[in-house]
Design a protein around this ligand. Structure first.
Ligand code: FES
Ligand SMILES: [Fe+2]
Length: 384
């Protein structure tokens, strides 16, 4: 199915907009089209809140990281006041990238003509060039973008007019408060490139249908007694959730050592709570840990995953912690690789000119909700 010239005409999506039992999946070109991807950047990734990892990525005053998020170069830096700030990584002189990689600095200095910016983004040094009536440093600070911390995780938003993060999340913070994630420490951050459109991996997060097949020898070994799926009348906010019921932890295979269980009320110790915060954060609140997978879009046919693993400080003080953490990460790699292979296979399928829209089942109906959220923004005019 080739991409039509008028790809944003709502009539191309009438089939997707039916109720899930009658609905079609997104047309395959939504996963391959540079124009569709461009719109997703403008209307989703540049407008809504995006997770960029645990705040311990910038532990000290002057600690910085750089990243390209949805094709926007960014600097995240901790100030002397311990506040974390984010800036566009482009010099206000003639546009050069200022910092690369990550590290520690007192000022952020541009490599081109050595203009220097304070950790708060003010222009503080312009070598060989004095202030004058026509030039004042004060008007040439770095462009700051919004950054908030929730669950110990940093979230950025490129839209100055967007609602704050807590309004965006709705009732989710209250639902996950018992995990006390703010007090947790990050024990691993890992990166995985994926050769698929970001939506294929993201959709899979809320798909209960693939588990017995894709995870036949991993997750499926643990009996799931039931899944609760998102109900927009009950779950209020820009997220989709499912709760999977099983005994104990799925962090390592059965019979292997586990982290100590968290101090949670009994009704939250019967499985894992899996919210997916539109459009880049997939979080697993388990009985013994919290993990977050960020998805960073990198063009129509590529994305990159970053995973953050969080546990309470007390867990890191258990005698065999490093070893058990190794078991968790190894198992998580295996499960994730299974999902990545599935997403990459879907991508190859979608790239064929002969692919047609598919359909949904009750077990993957949240994929439909996921895709409607995107359509409402890419083709419709949904407000935040
Ligand atoms: S471009 Fe940065 S100092 Fe000239
Ligand atoms: Fe999966």
């Amino acid at each position: 199915m080739t991409e039509p010239d008028d790809l944003f005409d709502p009539r191309h999506f009438l089939g997707v907009r039916r109720s899930f039992d009658q609905a079609e999946t997104l047309p395959p070109w939504c996963y391959t089209s540079p124009r569709f991807y461009q719109r997703e950047k403008e209307r989703i990734f540049h407008r809504y809140w995006n997770c960029i990892g645990h705040q311990s990525r910038v532990p000290e005053p002057g600690s910085y990281i750089t990243l390209d998020y949805a094709d926007v170069p960014l600097i995240v830096v901790r100030g002397k006041d311990m506040q974390v700030r984010a800036f566009i990584n482009s010099c206000t002189h003639r546009g050069s990238i200022i910092l690369e990689g990550e590290g520690q600095c007192n000022v952020m200095k541009c490599p081109y003509h050595a203009w220097a910016f304070s950790l708060e983004g003010e222009l503080v040094g312009t070598p060989l060039f004095e202030e004058s009536d026509s030039f004042r440093k004060a008007g040439h600070g770095l462009s700051r973008i919004r950054l908030e911390v929730w669950c110990g995780l940093m979230w950025i938003n490129l839209d100055p007019d967007a609602p704050d993060l807590l309004s965006y999340l709705g009732d989710l913070p209250e639902r996950v408060a018992p995990w006390r994630t703010d007090e947790m420490v990050c024990v691993a951050r890992r990166e995985f490139p994926v050769r698929s459109n970001w939506k294929f991996y993201a959709e899979n997060w809320s798909d209960g249908y693939h588990v017995p097949f894709v995870h036949q020898t991993t997750l499926n070994r643990k009996r799931v007694s039931k899944r609760d799926f998102h109900d927009p009348a009950i779950h209020l906010g820009n997220y989709l959730m499912h709760y999977t019921y099983f005994n104990g932890s799925r962090g390592t295979p059965e019979g292997q050592r586990k982290f100590p269980e968290l101090d949670l009320p009994p009704e939250l110790k019967i499985g894992t709570f899996f919210p997916y915060v539109h459009a880049n954060a997939m979080i697993g609140f388990a009985v013994d840990m919290v993990s977050c997978t960020e998805i960073h879009p990198e063009g129509p046919g590529n994305c990159r995953l970053f995973t953050t693993t969080m546990v309470p400080k007390s867990t890191t003080q258990t005698p065999d912690f490093e070893e058990v953490l190794g078991l968790y990460l190894k198992y998580a790699d295996k499960v994730r690789d299974e999902d990545v292979i599935a997403a990459e296979r879907q991508q190859r399928g979608a790239e064929s000119a002969f692919n047609r829209p598919g359909c949904f089942t009750p077990q993957d109906r949240l994929v439909h909700d996921h895709d409607l959220w995107i359509l409402d923004r890419v083709v419709g005019n949904a407000a935040p």
